[in-house]
Design a protein around this ligand. Sequence first.
Ligand SMILES: C[S@@+](CC[C@H](N)C(=O)[O-])C[C@H]1O[C@@H](n2cnc3c(N)ncnc32)[C@H](O)[C@@H]1O
Length: 361
Amino acid sequence: METNRLLKRITQHQEMEALVVGQAIPNLQAGAKSLKRLKRLLHGMMRTINKPHALPEPLSLTALLFSRSNWPLVDEALDLMLECELVYIKNHAIHSPFTATCIDDIMIITDHDLPNDKQPQWFLDPLWEAPHLARYMIQPAPGFATLDVGSGCGVLALLSAKRNKASHVTGIDLNLRALDVGRFNALLNGLENIEFLKSDLFTSLKGLKFDLVFFNSPTDDEEKFETLLRSGSGILAEFFSALPEYLGENGYCQINFAVNESLADPFSDRLRKWLSVHSASTWQAHVYILEDRETKNSERWIRGWLTLRRGARGFFMSKHYQYDQLAYRASTEENINHIFDAMNNWSESGSYQIATDWWGG
Ligand SMILES: C[S@@+](CC[C@H](N)C(=O)[O-])C[C@H]1O[C@@H](n2cnc3c(N)ncnc32)[C@H](O)[C@@H]1O
């Protein structure tokens, strides 16, 4: 489209009130036909920008529109994005408070990344880790009830719903805006086996049991991070103490977490204590240590992806590759098989053990 024609179109639209990153909500009333077409257009436009084999990256909607090779699609895409309230026009310029990312053919709209001190109260995780986590998630079987705790823009819930349409997924969050953005993403991707509910951890789910529970927890380096509504290791204690009541007998839980770790107070001890609060079960755990560094007082800080289930008594922590290395090494299926093998072959006799490389030994 020629620049003049584009400018003319822009002025035809009434100036919308500025929508700000962390506050805008897409239009949940947009028609199914428009959404289907928009998803196809976004897909097509991304193909011209994304590098082959790279991990999916959130892309600014305005950058997508104005990438030179997307020029022929701009007219139609702009109309649809305006209808869905994903972009707005101000002072003859197009802006968008959202980004788009495509993982496994699921199109995910969420916020742009912002510095910690600039994140508004209703800010959504801009997919800091989800593209990596997507590679380690257990796939639901038909009939599975899956729960995504702290669903944010809905990314893990959407992936699960897409991976098995004969399963049901519930996404919960305390952030009301997250629930609406999750609902929009479900509509955009035509997924019907998914719902989003307000809940403070499990509190609105009394009496329910889930076969799969995912939680990309709002925990990071405690000295640097204090947002996403609630962060900090306290939430892990609450989550793991309640989990046994909501995880089905043969269920799996997968959680992305970050904690401080010391020989005097190892995370594995804390975890076992939390899990045993309301449950006589024994548990099996497998952790990919994804980041691991020394803290000021010579203790450690770790980030990991933990897979947990009831089972033979054992606690196995394996330090594995960094995210990116792992992402290039293996497919999701191989990763998950690796986790299952590690869990299934763990001997009952070694009731509790931490892999020696945990401490670099
Ligand atoms: C790290 S983000 C993960 C978002 C999304 N699952 C993802 O992977 O991009 C953590 C999410 O947990 C939510 N959260 C924080 N405290 C919560 C609580 N007590 N109950 C439910 N959700 C909570 C935040 O609002 C945020 O959306």
